[in-house]
Design a protein around this ligand. Structure first.
Ligand SMILES: Nc1nc2c([nH]c(=O)n2[C@H]2C[C@H](O)[C@@H](COP(=O)(O)OP(=O)(O)OP(=O)(O)O)O2)c(=O)[nH]1
Length: 134
């Protein structure tokens, strides 16, 4: 059976209604694709706590986690990813790229212009269309 991987992603919105997009490194799964910062939920961990931990580890910043956007399940060749996205606010700490190769703040209406990881597409459409308030 395929690995089932529970992942959380932070949709960080700034005061200009731009969204933080992060580019994955070359040497890992989904090389150079764009994603929301975040990662795997550890055993026994609450999803929002996992998101805060991952943002500290990947970008050395602290966030406030807000409303859930959506949960989607996508089958990759390396496993099945269940991705849950949450709106979040950047609270403190200059964003560092400790795991990503690039980042962009994109206006909400333009976020579908990047080459997103396939699991992210339903969330991207909801965010772009503003179906969920931040
Ligand atoms: N953080 C994050 N991961 C995503 C998104 N979309 C998506 O398909 N994923 C996938 C990529 C990875 O396979 C998995 C996230 O796990 P991770 O970030 O801890 O994994 P990784 O491949 O970088 O690291 P590793 O397992 O090789 O140590 O979920 C997303 O928007 N954000």
């Amino acid at each position: 059976m395929k690995k089932y991987i529970r992942v959380v992603g932070a949709v960080i919105v700034n005061e200009q209604d731009e969204i933080l997009c992060a580019q994955r490194p070359k040497g890992k799964s989904l090389p150079l694709m764009w994603e929301f910062p975040g990662g795997k939920i550890e055993a026994g961990e609450a999803p929002r706590a996992a998101l805060k931990r991952e943002l500290k580890e990947e970008m050395d910043c602290s966030i406030e986690v807000g409303d859930k956007i959506t949960t989607t399940v996508h089958e990759y060749d390396f496993g099945t990813v269940e991705l849950t996205t949450y709106y979040a606010k950047h609270l403190a700490g200059e964003i560092q790229l400790l795991e990503h190769v690039d980042m962009k703040w994109l206006p909400r209406r333009n976020i579908d212009a990047l080459n997103w990881a396939p699991a992210d597409i339903p969330a991207i459409e909801l965010i772009r269309d503003g179906s969920i308030e931040k």
